[in-house]
Design a protein around this ligand. Sequence first.
Ligand code: TRP
Length: 335
Amino acid sequence: MTKDIKIALTGDRPTGHLHLGHFVGSIQNRLKLQDEVDKSYYMVADIQGLTDNAENPDKVRGNVLEVALDNLACGIDPKKTIMFIQSEIPEIAELTVLFLNLVTLARLKRNPTVKDEMKQKGFGEDVPAGFLAYPISQAADILFCKSNLIPVGEDQLPVIEQVNEIVLKFNSLYGEVFQKVKPVLSETTRLIGTDGNSKMGKSLNNGIYLSDSKEEISKKVMNMFTDPNHIHVEDRGNVEGNVVFTYLDIFDEKKEEVAELKKQYEKGGLGDVVIKKRLIEVLENVIGPIRERREQLAKDPRVVMKILEDGTKEARKIAKETMAEVRKAIKIDFF
Ligand code: TRP
């Protein structure tokens, strides 16, 4: 019976505002899932945020509200989704410690996601142990409430794979406590950055944010990478690898018109400014309503904090139940 219960969980590190990459990679699926599953959780992963920001707690603290605002503005509904703060659930930390014994150092070092991030952050061998081990704490994030559907971007797949290894190992040692979990991927699993870089990222400075003003969106689109050989309007242009067309494909609902524009662009006779102006309008249609709702919500942060507080209380109840079961399974239930 319990095997069929669908429980979704996802989260964001509070290290900055969320961008369009998060929106297409995961948030759209979160919205869909909150209407479909039996239970849905959203976590502000501040402890994970600290794994590479230990020296900067103010940044993590400040962004807790920002990522919650981004999600609420997109339509995450606290009546349907339990929204909570990771650090306020000590059972997650407790579960992490127990899971640490089930994973080898060699396995952690092999995780391609962590490897990529380590390279990007320039850690080398001097990586904080907490950062290297974040897939283990993410397993605890997911399993403390026995969630099994995880909307994530493609880059997180190796982390989910590691979570499932922990499930198998745990169950084989201590009995069937956890179920395998499933990543939920979106159609657009990875959004390229405005500069044509393969990934939109905070540190890459190539993002369009859900809180950007129309002016910011315009500026970013006007500077977008297109086809470096498309200099004059009459020139034949390339739509492959052209960021403006890549975005139109994803965000413009008028697919036939986009197909027509692509043909024109390839033949020559269509200037970059025309397609960029179109994209600005298309993106404003997506971001405008989110920005407006965000500004409304931001007027009273206490309301948002109360949502997180209430959600945290609810999540904590479940966390205690799971921990009792885990302690019993591992034979560390004394008093
Ligand atoms: N690692 C995720 C990211 O960087 C954030 C995250 C933390 C998460 N805990 C999670 C995502 C649990 C899904 C489930 O985007």
